[in-house]
Ligand binder design. Structure first.
Ligand code: G3H
Length: 494
């Protein structure tokens, strides 16, 4: 079944050459250029994807633009039905998509499977929630000097064409979390998957097509950031950009897309703050899961722990003990591997190794790990780290947790607030009042009390401040972000 379903995506060669979806059919790129995708699991080539040319992009965007008004005018109940079908197809292909994702990006079987199921559930939830998005009316006589002579009828309108750019770490879920609300709110969508993760993205695109979207409502183009990404974000026919990726890339895109509505989820570098009264077993478990799941390649991963030296002395042995049962580095296809498979490439592992080595040369101590083989990094804990060392100051998207010694809790908020990141932080204390109070001092999007940072449940607001994001996601919030207010004022002379 999956072979027939996904047959138009690629040729029959090994490794396969993939096509892209131009809005109505699957085609080989006209540029003749391709990007090979190498599995971080074993360095084998999984396939190659076209680098779509600028002429092809122009033609697709013109069609998406032309098709948008009719799509927005399509009754909502029909758009809802299509998205429920997307959810059904995602569920139907769970096993196939899971295996593909494990091979393409090195996510463990359990984590990949959970991403697929979460995507189906999220899509269904979006399709239900959109039905609670209503317009409103506002009377004029509330404002001083006005009588009842005007009424504003406020509705929600689509942006137009939304460019959705997904990251490699959630190539299906963080694609659907943009595409689905954009389509439901009446936008047409151009989807650009990450290069590593493009195969997952193309398979997801096939599911949108098969669910029955009309031609030129949705298209999916492949190519690297510098090859097609820069051209796409600055294209005059793109009305809005939804992006998840690093803060450096987010800043660059924002610079190229002036005056466009942006919805960005960027780097996190999230801290855990441990109060003296914290439950050390719970804290250690959350730090291990929060820092090492999917090899630390989550924007919500814990990157550093802030505590006084006596707390660190108590906590670190508990963390190391928990690691024995919770973490096992290895091949993500093996059921024995726990939390830590490979990072996305050997090159990336080498870069992070350099940051670890530089931090150690400046005084950090390796408590465990600190080495890598190919793309497999040993789960690493460093102590005696300073906030300006590269392992903390840069976006280290790998299994590394740094312990920073502080003299008091005021210093913890000062360190967090001084960084360029502001996604989440977590506070561990048995006193919830202390947690709530301390949360107020942190300039981040969300603070977790007694739990590690995370996006879900997916209907909670999810946002970053500073260079960690723009706008708010989360089911209802994403639907709002994928649309704008449109006001019509009726003047009724009294
Ligand atoms: O990597 C960014 C994701 O939004 C993180 O999601 O907290 O569910 O792993 P997660």
């Amino acid at each position: 079944m999956p072979n027939d379903f996904f047959q138009p995506l690629s040729d029959t060669q090994t490794p396969p050459g993939y096509n892209y979806f131009n809005g109505s059919s699957w085609v080989v790129g006209s540029s003749g250029k391709t990007n090979a995708i190498t599995s971080p699991v074993d360095n084998s080539v999984v396939g190659s994807v076209p680098v779509v040319s600028t002429a092809e992009i122009d033609s697709i965007l013109k069609k998406l633009k032309a098709a948008q008004p009719a799509w927005e005018a399509t009754p909502l109940n029909q758009r809802v039905k299509l998205m429920h079908l997307v959810a059904d197809w995602v569920k139907h292909h769970e096993e196939y998509l899971t295996a593909l994702m494990v091979r393409e990006i090195g996510k463990s079987v359990g984590e990949a499977k959970s991403e697929i199921i979460r995507t189906a559930e999220l899509t269904d939830y979006f399709a239900d929630e959109v039905q609670s998005i209503h317009g409103e009316t506002v009377d004029s006589d509330n404002f001083p000097g006005y009588d009842k002579g005007r009424i504003a009828i406020i509705d929600r309108a689509a942006h137009g064409v939304v460019l959705c750019i997904a990251p490699f770490n959630y190539p299906v879920n963080l694609a659907a979390s943009k595409i689905v609300p954009a389509l439901l709110m009446g936008n047409t969508v151009l989807f650009k998957p990450p290069t590593q993760g493009a195969l997952c993205g193309l398979h997801l695109a096939r599911i949108f097509e098969k669910a029955g979207l009309p031609p030129d409502v949705f298209a999916c183009v492949t190519g690297g950031g510098s090859q097609v990404g820069d051209y796409l974000v600055s294209h005059p026919l793109v009305d809005s950009v939804a992006f998840t990726g690093s803060s450096d890339t987010g800043v660059a895109i924002a610079g190229r897309a002036p005056m466009k509505p942006l919805l960005f989820e960027c780097g996190g570098n999230n801290a855990a703050i441990v109060f003296p009264d914290a439950d050390m077993a719970l804290t250690a478990k959350e730090i291990v899961k929060g820092g090492f799941s999917y090899a630390g390649q989550r924007c919500t991963a814990i990157k550093y722990v802030l505590a006084t030296q006596n707390i660190i002395d108590t906590l670190l042995p508990v963390v190391l003990e928990q690691m024995k049962t919770l973490v096992k580095v290895g091949d993500p296809r093996s059921p024995e591997t726990k939390l830590v498979g490979p990072v996305i490439s050997t090159e990336v592992a080498k870069t992070y190794q350099g940051w670890i080595d530089e931090s150690v040369s400046r005084g950090a101590k390796v408590v465990c790990g600190g080495t890598h083989e190919n793309a497999y990094m040993q789960p690493t804990i460093l102590s005696g780290v300073a906030p300006d060392m590269p392992v903390v100051a840069r976006e280290l998207f790998g299994p590394v947790i740094s312990f920073i010694t502080i003299t008091g809790m005021g210093e913890a908020s000062a360190i967090i607030n001084a960084t360029r990141f502001g996604l989440q932080a977590c506070v561990f204390t048995r006193d919830e009042g202390t947690g709530l109070q301390f949360a107020k001092s942190l300039n981040v999007g969300s603070v977790q009390v007694n739990g590690s940072p995370q996006r879900g449940p997916d209907h909670f607001p999810f946002l970053g401040v500073k260079q960690s994001g723009i706008g708010v996601q989360g089911v209802h919030y994403s639907l709002e972000a994928m649309s704008r207010l449109k006001s019509v004022v009726l003047n009724k002379p009294q």
